[in-house]
Design a protein around this ligand. Structure first.
Ligand SMILES: [Zn+2]
Length: 290
């Protein structure tokens, strides 16, 4: 049975997991992200490999734009200083003597949901991860739609939703992640004059008209994003993950009601199956799938 290491690199933590070809997590750990990242990453991967001698390959999902062919980070914003242009695949293969593949972290999550999670067996799936930002992954005929000359394919959070809207970290105005993400939801709550957390917002929406309006506007924008994605990809299913999805039972009705008139064709909307494990499972799938 094949055993591989899946590594999920985020702005605050790095998760590592040893995973078999059935998707079972045999070992996992989490360490805080440290800058400079590469030497720290290599040191910790070598430590895990020394304790787990039968690992055959390493998959890495990382924050940022990635060229999956070269296994290189093309661009990582200020979340990971110095990470831009790091040839992760080349350096890690040299250091470990094992095959290494690298992808964007949202793409890795999409792969996990598509292969082991809510969309198991489907070929065309879009995964939206509503967390700090809006991560996107597109499974196209069973394969990840990724890469591109700038590593920017399926960066769905940077589709412009409102021209001249809120300024995004990418430098432009009105990107969808400025409206449809956990961070965006907190901004919307503040702007509505409410002093509550997103879970409290969803809980209050039944009784507080102000909270209800924030939820309606938020899910309305999510519906817009999904509608455009359907026109582009005609996917069988949309999966919504990230922190916001934990309260899905409180906002799904509002989303479905607003989405219905925007759809060209029927579409399944599901909540992500995996919470924290999706990143390491997806990273592992980069090297489990041939
Ligand atoms: Zn942007």
């Amino acid at each position: 049975m094949a055993k591989v290491l899946g590594v999920d690199i985020g702005g605050t933590k790095v998760r590592m997991g040893v995973i078999d070809d059935l998707g079972q997590i045999l070992y996992e750990e989490q360490i805080p992200t440290q800058i400079p990242l590469y030497p720290y990453l290599e040191e910790n991967i070598l430590r895990v490999l020394a304790a787990q001698p039968n690992v055959s390959a390493i998959g890495v999902g990382t924050h940022g734009f990635v060229d999956p062919k070269q296994g290189k980070v093309i661009y990582a914003a200020e979340t990971l200083p110095g990470w831009t242009n790091t040839p992760v695949k080349e350096w890690l293969e040299k250091a470990t003597g094992k095959r290494v593949e690298v992808e964007n972290d949202a793409n890795a999550v999409a792969l996990a949901e598509a292969k082991f999670g809510a969309a198991r067996g489907l070929d065309r799936v879009v995964v939206l991860t509503l967390g700090t930002g809006l991560g996107g992954g597109v499974l196209w005929d069973g394969k990840l739609l990724s890469g591109g000359p700038h590593g920017g394919a399926a960066e769905l959070g940077h589709m412009i939703l409102y021209p001249n809207g809120v300024k995004c970290a990418c430098g432009r105005l009105g990107c969808s992640e400025m409206y449809v993400s956990g961070t965006a939801l907190r901004r919307r709550i503040r702007e509505a004059g409410l002093a509550i957390t997103p879970p409290e917002l969803f809980g209050n929406a039944q009784t507080d008209p102000k909270a209800k309006q924030v939820v309606e506007e938020f899910t309305g924008d999510l519906a817009l994003v999904i509608s455009s994605l359907q026109a582009a990809f005609d996917m069988e299913m949309v999966i919504i993950g990230g922190g916001v999805s934990e309260a899905a039972d409180l906002w799904m009705e509002s989303l479905q009601r607003q989405l219905k008139p925007m759809l060209l064709n029927p579409l399944d909307v599901e909540v992500a199956r995996f919470e924290n494990d999706a990143g390491i499972l997806g990273a592992a799938l980069l090297v489990l799938e041939q």
